[in-house]
Ligand binder design. Structure first.
Ligand code: TYM
Length: 330
C-alpha cells in the first residue's frame, strides 16, 4: 500500500555525498511507490545565523539538486518549509508537549552548541519543529541518515503523547535508514561524519565539486598504513568508508568489492572510486545547471507548497479542535 513519505534537508551550505547517499538517493527510490513530500528546511537552517543572500542561494540550490538527482516533481511534492506555515504552527504546539530534558539529551544539540558562548533557543527546540514537519502530514516513513535517528525517536514519542492526551490521531512514523551508507564518514577522519560544516573542504565531497576536485579529494583521502581492502569499520574505518561509497555508487556489495580488489593496493582502488564518483555526479551536475537556468524552479516549488498546504492545514484544524482551540469565524 502506498505510504506517506516525508523528509528534508537544510539549506545551510553545499550538499555533500553524505546527504546524497544517506538521504536523496532513497528519496528517488521511494517516490515511485509512495506519496512523497521533500522539503528544503529553511526554517531549520536559521537556528544558526544565515546571511540572507546565502540562504536564498542555498535554498534554490538544494531544491535544484533534488530535481537534478532524479526527484520528479510530477509525482513528489518539492517545496520550501517556510512556504507552508503549518510547520511553524504545529512546531509551536509540539514544543509545548516536549520536555526540556528530552531536548537536552539530543546529541545534535550537544554537538552544535558545545563550546559556544551563546546558543539560540531555536537550536534547542529544533527537534520539536522537525517532529511537526513529519506529523503535519501524518507521514508513515521518514528516509534519513543515521544521525537523525534520535530526532525520529522523539517524534514518535511526541506522536504517542499527543494521541494519549487528545485521542488517537497521529501516525507514529518509522525511520527509513539504509543499511550501507547511513553514515558516510569524513575523508580525513573515518571516525567523524562527513559534514558540510567541516572547515576542511578536503574532508567532504560536495555534490557540485568539479570532476578534478573529486578525483583529487579521493586520491588524498586518508587510509591506514595497511594494504588490504577489506570492510572492517572498527579497525579500518577510512577504507571501510571508501568501500561503502564505492558500493553505493556501483551497486556492488561490499563482499564483491573486497573480492575484486583482493591483493591490490589502495592506489588503484582509489583511482577507480574517483572515476566512479565522477560518473555518478557529473550527470547530476549537468541537470543541475539546466534546472537553475531554466527559470522553472519557482513554479515547481509553488505547486509543491500548495499540495503540501492542503494536507497540512487539514491536520492543523483537527489538532487544534482536539486541543480545545476555538475555531476562527470567517
Ligand atoms: P541535514 O540537513 O543535516 O541532512 C540531510 C540528510 O542527509 C543525511 N546525512 C547523512 N547521511 C549519511 N552520511 C552522512 N555523512 C550524512 N550527513 C547528512 C541526514 O541524516 C539527513 O537525512 N534535521 C534534519 C533535517 C530535517 C528533517 C525534517 C529530516 C528537518 N526536518 C523532517 C527528516 C524529516 C537535518 O538536519 O538534516
Amino acid at each position: 500500500m502506498a505510504k506517506k513519505v516525508l523528509s528534508g534537508i537544510q539549506p545551510s551550505g553545499s550538499l555533500t555525498l553524505g546527504n546524497y547517499i544517506g538521504a536523496i538517493k532513497n528519496f528517488v527510490k521511494l517516490q515511485r511507490e509512495h506519496e512523497c513530500y521533500f522539503m528544503v528546511v529553511d526554517l531549520h537552517a536559521i537556528t544558526v545565523p544565515q546571511e540572507p543572500a546565502a540562504l536564498r542561494e542555498n535554498s534554490e540550490s538544494v531544491a535544484a539538486l533534488y530535481l537534478a538527482a532524479g526527484i520528479d516533481p510530477k509525482i513528489a511534492s518539492v517545496y520550501l518549509q517556510s512556504h507552508v506555515p503549518q510547520h511553524a504552527e504545529l512546531g509551536w504546539i509540539l514544543t509545548t508537549l516536549t520536555a526540556m530534558g528530552e531536548l537536552e539529551r539530543m546529541t545534535q544539540f550537544k554537538d552544535k552548541s558545545s563550546g559556544k558562548d551563546s546558543v539560540g533557543a531555536g537550536l534547542f527546540v529544533y527537534p520539536s519543529l522537525m517532529a511537526a514537519d513529519i506529523l503535519v502530514y501524518n507521514a508513515d516513513l521518514v528516509p534519513v541518515g543515521e544521525d537523525q535517528k534520535q530526532h525520529l525517536e522523539l517524534t514518535r514519542d511526541l506522536a504517542g503523547r499527543f494521541n494519549h492526551r487528545f485521542g488517537d490521531f497521529f501516525t507514529v512514523p518509522e525511520p527509513y535508514i539504509p543499511e550501507v551508507g547511513a553514515r558516510i564518514m569524513s575523508l580525513d577522519d573515518g571516525t567523524k561524519k562527513m559534514s558540510k560544516s567541516n572547515p576542511n573542504p578536503g574532508s567532504y565531497i560536495a555534490l557540485l565539486d568539479p570532476p578534478d576536485v573529486i578525483r583529487k579529494k579521493i586520491s588524498r583521502a586518508t587510509t591506514d598504513s595497511g594494504r588490504e581492502i577489506v570492510y572492517d569499520p572498527a579497525n579500518k574505518p577510512e577504507v571501510s568508508n571508501l568501500m561503502s561509497i564505492y558500493a553505493e555508487c556501483s551497486g556492488q556489495s561490499l563482499q564483491q568489492i573486497a573480492d575484486q580488489y583482493e591483493g591490490q593496493m589502495y592506489g588503484g582502488f582509489k583511482k577507480n572510486l574517483g572515476e566512479l564518483l565522477v560518473a555518478t555526479l557529473e550527470p547530476i551536475q549537468e541537470r543541475y545547471r539546466d534546472i537553475r537556468s531554466s527559470g522553472e524552479l519557482a513554479g515547481i516549488l509553488a505547486e509543491g507548497a500548495e499540495k503540501a498546504q492542503t494536507l497540512a492545514s487539514q491536520t492543523l484544524a483537527e489538532v487544534k479542535k482536539r486541543m480545545g482551540f476555538l475555531p476562527a469565524r470567517g
